[in-house]
Design a protein. Structure first.
Length: 290
């Protein structure tokens, strides 16, 4: 037991050292951390109340008082971006969680059972893939109305086949390994083998894919909010801020500049972090680049 703990500790230390030496991971982690901290702080404090209108201060350019300026209602854009980060991260995080919670078990089951069950699961995934998240959101909101919860459901459903395909493909490559054959010889059933042997060995791949889907989830939430299907007023949303700024961009470009930069930077940070995680967690890539 002590030897196993020592090996695990050495592996974790090696991963940490590799991560610190990876420029992609460090840059992505810092960018992501900045927005995550802004979202967390917004629960307790923002420079101005984002629901308070101050028409006298409308369309102010960036200054010492309003760092990113104000919008056409006099609301502080920096405060709105902080709260918008909270909403975007929450929607994307929950949606990716739904995709993982449903898609990974389906993918593992498809790889373990094969045959009719595999075909049924994968053809259902193909059917879901035929409907982009934006179209799925339109269908859902047509029935239940627009809102953050419906955006979460739409993005979450779209993530299910992604994780199902990833987990199935990775699991299929492991079912022929010697240690899986040994586990089957020992009398373990497919469900137990999937949980005890397959899932731990594909977890690194799922973490990397989860990071990428998280960034796509933020983009999807911004797109849904842009067309009025995501987070609803009075709560700020980066996508809706861009929508409201499009008619005033010629004389108040800061209205679109800062929420646009926020979307670009957080998505860039998550993608860089995902790329760095892949380098850290995949020994084949490390050896190839080393």
């Amino acid at each position: 037991m002590s030897n196993a703990r020592s090996i695990n500790a050495l592996a974790e230390r090696s991963h940490l050292q590799t991560a610190v030496r990876s420029p992609s991971f460090v840059a992505g982690f810092v960018l992501t951390l900045v927005f995550a901290m802004a979202a967390l702080i917004s629960f307790f404090w923002t420079p101005f109340d984002v629901t308070e209108l101050a028409i006298a201060d409308k369309l102010k350019t960036p200054s010492a008082v309003h760092w990113f300026g104000t919008d056409h209602f006099g609301r502080d854009i920096f405060s709105m971006i902080m709260v918008g980060a909270r909403n975007s991260i929450a929607v994307a995080l929950i949606a990716v969680g739904i995709g993982m919670a449903v898609g990974v078990p389906l993918g593992l089951a498809a790889a373990a059972r094969r045959g009719f069950a595999d075909e049924l699961i994968m053809r259902t995934n193909d059917l879901i893939f035929a409907f982009p998240a934006i179209l799925m959101a339109i269908m859902i909101t047509a029935v239940f109305g627009p809102g953050a919860i419906n955006a979460i459901i739409a993005i979450g459903i779209f993530n299910v086949p992604v994780f199902a395909r990833i987990s199935r493909g990775a699991a299929l490559s492991l079912w022929t390994r010697d240690y899986i054959l040994a586990a089957r010889t020992a009398g373990k059933n497919a469900r137990r083998i999937s949980l005890e042997h397959i899932l731990p060995n594909i977890l690194n791949l799922l973490i990397v894919q989860g990071t990428i889907q998280f960034s796509l989830g933020i983009l999807a939430e911004a797109g849904l909010s842009y067309v009025g299907l995501g987070t609803q007023p009075p709560m700020p949303s980066w996508g809706r801020m861009l929508n409201e700024a499009q008619t005033m961009i010629s004389f108040a470009p800061h209205l679109a500049l800062f929420p646009g930069l926020a979307i670009v930077l957080v998505v860039l940070g998550l993608n860089l972090m995902g790329d760095g995680l892949r380098d850290v967690l995949d020994p084949k890539i490390r050896r190839g680049r080393g």
